[in-house]
Ligand binder design. Structure first.
Ligand code: HEC
Length: 127
């Protein structure tokens, strides 16, 4: 644990130093890579409803989206609620969940929106 802390500390310090040498904002920040959706991609990482997506709903949405308003995004209800009309698997841009949060609804960060997009485009699994 101590070792890990050291590694993290040293790498963040060196990142900090190296960042002084950038005159321009690096490309990977301006144009972040998309999360791969092809399981054959060497960089593929499965985005899961339970660990990646549900916590976003729980923190940002369930104050309004509960038994009183569709889609019900509470843990245990969100999957069925979303797959009955708000999400089309493998088609984020055709899914109301994605288009709604991508237009600013819910106040999510670009990273959270990208996670939702990737989850849908990886098949919108109940994983
Ligand atoms: C402050 C209350 C509130 C919060 C927080 C909120 N919503 Fe909503 N949401 C609404 C209301 C009201 C509507 C229906 C009216 C509208 O379309 O704006 C709605 C509609 C929607 C719709 C359906 C759009 C439609 O036209 O039927 C989706 C999908 C949705 N919200 C997802 C989310 C997600 C995901 C979050 C969290 C990131 C979220 N909402 C956070 C109040 C909220």
């Amino acid at each position: 644990m101590k070792k890990l802390l050291q590694i993290v500390l040293v790498s963040s310090l060196s990142l900090l130093c190296f960042s002084c040498y950038y005159d321009e904002i690096p490309d990977y920040i301006l144009n972040p890579p998309e999360i791969p959706t092809d399981p054959g991609d060497p960089d593929f990482v499965a985005i899961t409803l339970s660990t990646d997506i549900q916590p976003i709903f729980t923190a940002n949405c369930i104050g309004c989206h509960n038994a009183n308003r569709d889609p019900d995004l509470r843990e245990g209800n969100s999957y069925n609620a979303l797959l009955s009309g708000y999400v089309t698997a493998n088609n984020a841009s055709g899914s109301e969940l994605y288009t709604t949060v991508n237009s600013g609804h819910g106040g999510l960060s670009a990273q959270e929106i990208e996670l939702i997009k990737a989850w849908i485009n990886q098949g919108a699994l109940d994983n």
